[in-house]
Design a protein around this ligand. Structure first.
Ligand code: NAD
Length: 372
């Protein structure tokens, strides 16, 4: 199968594209390149390597010949959505729909949309399924709800949108993110000795390894149409619904000498939900999601050690999407709508945000505001 992955230059894309290729598919990318050079290790050959392209401008001609399109391209987390809600709507909603309409016109039969469990918002601890109420708490979550709804309207005999509501990702990727909670807390423990929580740690959240997201995408690409046509699936494992304080304990134990600390005034986080993944596992009985959060933390500890992740790396813009976007805005290479103002090379990643360095060499883990 020939697959176009929009957003191949991001955290998930850098794992997904090699995964699809290893599965025998031809996978190409399309990306605005916002995080070019923001790497831990070496990007796989031919991934995130195309010229900058914006999903808001994609035409059917660009997508000719692709059997399927995967949309990972997005402004991908809650704090980023708050920075500029209009840009988040423009990319995550208008951009997704522009890509989907172009894919449909081009004759691509399947469109896999990277949605998010964050559209369940504050569903609480009961374990919400796909038909549960959607109560997004942020502009980011709202765009996922609206994009799902509009994609469903495009469904037809020759076009099958599939919405994968991914849990919050974790795990190593060459295009690492440290603004997602497991990755962040593990990096904090290793570079500062503190597993620092901004909340009281009681809220529930579902987690899924980045490779298991890739596994689910592959399964939905290869599935018979009637299994997935115009369907939404929660992507994760029920056992990886954890409270943030559970994650903190696992991270502390994996990073000897570290201790759990709380930010001043840390209270409950309103984003609180457990998710039911039965539909995915019932529909795909052979789909084995391999990873546990514990195994993912161990993997991250090894990856950070192997690549000498330092305190300066941790507080830089390189691995935190919000800081990187602020860096690009300050350099004038993207405008307020996050459109590229130049086709040239973006400024090198590595900018250090001094406001994140606090007395005692500890780090505000506002970067840990869990994205999803
Ligand atoms: N990482 C998670 O925890 C998680 C969880 C649930 C859902 N998701 C969804 O999965 C997708 C991928 O997430 P990620 O963690 O890889 O994000 P990421 O920020 O690492 O990657 C997103 C990619 O999209 C590209 N992009 C942004 N705007 C673009 C545009 N206008 N045109 C073309 N490319 C553009 C960026 O350059 C980047 O390479 C997103 O849609 C996100 O909402 C992620």
């Amino acid at each position: 199968m020939k697959v176009l992955v929009a957003g191949d230059g991001g955290y998930i894309g850098a794992v997904l594209v090699p995964f699809l290729r290893a599965g025998g598919h031809e996978a190409d990318g399309l990306d605005l390149g916002l995080y070019d050079g923001c790497d831990l290790g070496v990007m796989p050959a031919g991934v995130g390597a195309g010229p900058p392209a914006d999903i808001r401008d994609v035409t059917a001609a660009r997508l000719a010949g692709y059997d399927a399109v995967v949309c990972l391209a997005a402004l991908s987390n809650d704090p980023l959505g708050h920075l500029n809600p209009a840009a988040t709507y423009s990319v995550n909603l208008a951009g997704t729909l522009c890509l989907a309409r172009a894919a449909k016109r081009a004759g691509s039969q399947r469109f896999i949309f990277a949605s998010s469990c964050s559209l369940y918002g504050a569903a609480g601890s009961a374990g919400v399924a796909e038909d549960g109420e959607l109560t997004p708490l942020t502009p980011y979550g709202e765009t996922k709800v609206l994009a799902e709804r509009e994609l469903s309207r495009l469904a037809g005999d020759d076009f099958s949108p599939v919405c994968l509501r991914n849990a919050t990702a974790y795990g190593a990727s060459p295009r690492l993110r440290l603004d997602i909670v497991v990755n962040n807390l593990t990096a904090a423990a290793m570079t500062t000795g503190e597993v620092r929580l901004e909340s009281d740690g009681t809220s529930w959240r579902p987690f899924v390894h980045v490779e298991d997201i890739s596994r689910a995408i592959l399964a939905t690409l290869e599935a018979p149409r009637q299994l997935v046509h115009d369907q939404a699936f929660n992507v994760g494992r029920f056992d990886d619904n954890l409270q943030i304080c559970d994650i903190a304990g696992l991270v502390r134990d994996a990073s000897p000498g570290s201790k759990i600390t709380f930010a001043d005034g840390a209270g409950p986080d309103v984003r609180n939900y457990r998710v039911d993944f039965a539909k995915l596992h019932d529909t795909f009985p052979d789909l084995a999601l391999h990873w546990t959060v514990q195994a993912g933390i161990d993997e991250l500890v090894s990856a950070y050690a192997q690549h000498d992740l330092s305190y300066d790396d941790f507080v830089s813009a390189r691995f935190v999407r919000l800081r990187r976007i602020r860096e690009l805005l300050a350099a004038g290479v993207v405008d307020d709508a996050l459109r590229r103002t130049t086709d040239g090379t973006l400024p090198g990643a590595g900018f250090r945000a001094p406001e994140f360095r606090t007395p005692g060499n500890t780090v505000s883990s506002s970067a840990a505001a869990p994205a999803s």
